[in-house]
Each structure stands twice: as C-alpha cells, then as structure tokens.
Write a protein that binds this ligand. Sequence first.
Ligand SMILES: NC(=O)c1ccc[n+]([C@@H]2O[C@H](COP(=O)([O-])OP(=O)(O)OC[C@H]3O[C@@H](n4cnc5c(N)ncnc54)[C@H](O)[C@@H]3O)[C@@H](O)[C@H]2O)c1
Ligand SMILES: O=C(O)C[C@H](O)C(=O)O
Length: 353
Amino acid sequence: MEFRGDANQRIARISAHLTPQMEAKNSVIGRENCRAKGGNPGFKVAILGAAGGIGQSLSLLMKMNPLVSLLHLYDVVNAPGVTADVSHMDTGAVVRGFLGAKQLEDALTGMDLVIIPAGIPRKPGMTRDDLFKINAGIVKTLCEGVAKCCPNAIVNLISNPVNSTVPIAAEVFKKAGTYDPKKLLGVTTLDVARANTFAEVLGLDPREVDVPVVGGHAGVTILPLLSQVKPPSSFTPQEIEYLTNRIQNGGTEVVEAKAGAGSATLSMAYAAAKFADACLRGLRGDANVVECSFVASQVTELAFFATKVRLGRTGAEEVYQLGPLNEYERIGLEKAKDELAGSIQKGVEFIRK
Ligand SMILES: NC(=O)c1ccc[n+]([C@@H]2O[C@H](COP(=O)([O-])OP(=O)(O)OC[C@H]3O[C@@H](n4cnc5c(N)ncnc54)[C@H](O)[C@@H]3O)[C@@H](O)[C@H]2O)c1
Ligand SMILES: O=C(O)C[C@H](O)C(=O)O
C-alpha cells in the first residue's frame, strides 16, 4: 500500500474511506482515475434507500461487484451504520455513507449508476398501487436530485409501484431537461428470476432456463411468455395457468409469508444486483447484454412497457419486440395493457398536475 503525507493525514483518510487519489480529486474524479484500493478502474454507483430491507443486502452485493470502484450509500436513517459495516468487506469498492436530505447531492454527484429501492413496502392485503401515495413523492425528490447532480447516470428504479414510479421519474427528468429514455430502467428482474425458478416443473436447473417476462410489475401486468422459454419446452394448459398465476402473484406470496414484516428483500436484492451488473457490463461496452426491463417503449401503444432490452454504453440501446405470442398470451397482453395504461397515466399526472 502506498502511503503519502503524515500519520494524521493517513488516519483521517482511512476513516473517511478515501484513497489519496480520491481525496485529491474528490467526487469529480473521472472513471479512469477513480481506483478502489489497489483495484481496477470501475464505476461509481449510488444506492438510495441503502439502509432498507433491499438496500442493505444490495449494498453488500454491490460491494462485492468488481466493476464498482466507488459505492455511495444514501438513506434518511441508519446510513452510517450500514456504511461502516459494509466498508469492512475486503473487496475493491470504496464505500461512503450519506445521511438525510442535506447529503443527497453529495451522494449523487459524479455517479454512473443510481439504484433506487427507497420507499415503503407492502403489507398483506395491499396492492402495489396502495404504495403510490408515499412512494411517488420519495421517487420525485430523489429523481430531482439525480437530474441536478448526475443527469447522465443510468437509473435503476425499484420502488413500487414501478408501473407508475418510472413514468414519474421520466416526467421529473423531462421537466429538468435531462430526460434520456435509454437511461431510465424499471427493475423487473425479480419477475424473470421467479419465472425461471418456478419453471422447475420442467425438471430443469433454473440457471439454464430463460423465461421472458413482459408488460409491467404488478398483478396481471406481469406477463410471462412461456411460449418463448429457453430451452424450448412445451407446457400443458394446466401448467401454463399454474405458472402464470404463481409468477404474477410471487410478490404477494412473499408479502403474505412475511405476515406484515415487509415484502421480498433478499430475492429482490439478488435480482437488483444482477440487473445492476448487467447495466455496468453494458456501460463497459460488453456485447449482447440483454435483460427484461420496464422502459420507454414503442413496442405497444403505451409509453412504457417491459420487454427484453439490450444494454450498452448509453443504457437501453435496443428495445426488443415481443416476438410471436400464443392465444393465451395475446389475451394476457390485452389485460396487462388495460391496467398499465392507468398506472402510467397516474404517474404522469402526479408530476404534471
Ligand atoms: N421492483 C421490484 O421488483 C421490487 C421488489 C421488492 C420490493 N420493491 C419495492 O422496493 C421498495 C423498498 O422495499 P424494502 O423492502 O427495501 O423497504 P424498507 O422499508 O425495508 O426500506 C426502504 C428504505 O427506504 C428508505 N427511505 C424512505 N424514504 C427515503 C428517502 N426519501 N430517501 C432515501 N431513502 C428513503 C427508508 O429509510 C428505508 O431504509 C418498496 O417500495 C417495495 O415495494 C420492488
Ligand atoms: O410484491 C411486492 O410488493 C414487492 C415486489 O414488487 C415483489 O414483486 O416482490
């Protein structure tokens, strides 16, 4: 390890989790110059809501990601504790914590990727839309910060209801003049993870299964395209009905099992980390990085829709078409679009009102 300056300076640097290079250039350092302790150049990632159920596990997983050189953990509570804890992991990323609204701008300045799991989760009996009242305002405030401090960052939006919070974020960015549709991505990876897992009826290892899940992220808007499963497989009508219902209600299954203690956090942190890793590989310039995501879209008449997208240096560079659907999926698509239209409109109106 290289040491510069006197002992007091070294101690101050260590307690602030800064390398000498980072301290010198602070948060405006370029990606090439931002080296984690002895590590490779990497990306700067912020997690907003880092002290929550998803946020804590996601912070741990992103600290383990070798593509991350600097990890900013922001929350309105307990960010210092989570930061101190995660910062003791002997991986490359440097971790910094930010607590409360006054530190939001510092948390966001210079970030390449901002992941947002901030907001309240469901309790049994609630729909995701019941979260709108509180989470819409949280997402609005955080996205205003993104527009001001890191307008070129890719945003991964997790906070529910995703079908409305993504349109809210788009409207905030439009108002600020920073909107780039390629860079705003609603995270639906958990639906795909569930679909791949539940397809165990095929007797396959879930790691070998790929079920595209399109539409949105709530109830009937979650539309698994089982006719397009890889490896190609056929299901009985009963299997299709069972799998579709289970995938659409996977979130509720966890909410009920947790019995008031929240919704999916561990599987969601896994899914969010997987999606964020795909975004970072895209930013790095890797070829053929494809994931499902809820994005601005021309695939249907709706302004936003989840399909497979190709992730590249500038975000979602290609939005794929739905491909051939069977009759069951065509009926599901119409139901999904009906509900999605209202949720998108609700998000847009929240900002335009
Ligand atoms: N997209 C998905 O597939 C998916 C999956 C699971 C959960 N979710 C959603 O993710 C959200 C978070 O879930 P959770 O279980 O982690 O909830 P949680 O209550 O455990 O954590 C939320 C965190 O957000 C923080 N927070 C609240 N307001 C904030 C603000 N203004 N700025 C920064 N942080 C703020 C809270 O302090 C808390 O630490 C919920 O809305 C939930 O519905 C989405
Ligand atoms: O179901 C929820 O409320 C959380 C999340 O959207 C999920 O799908 O698990």
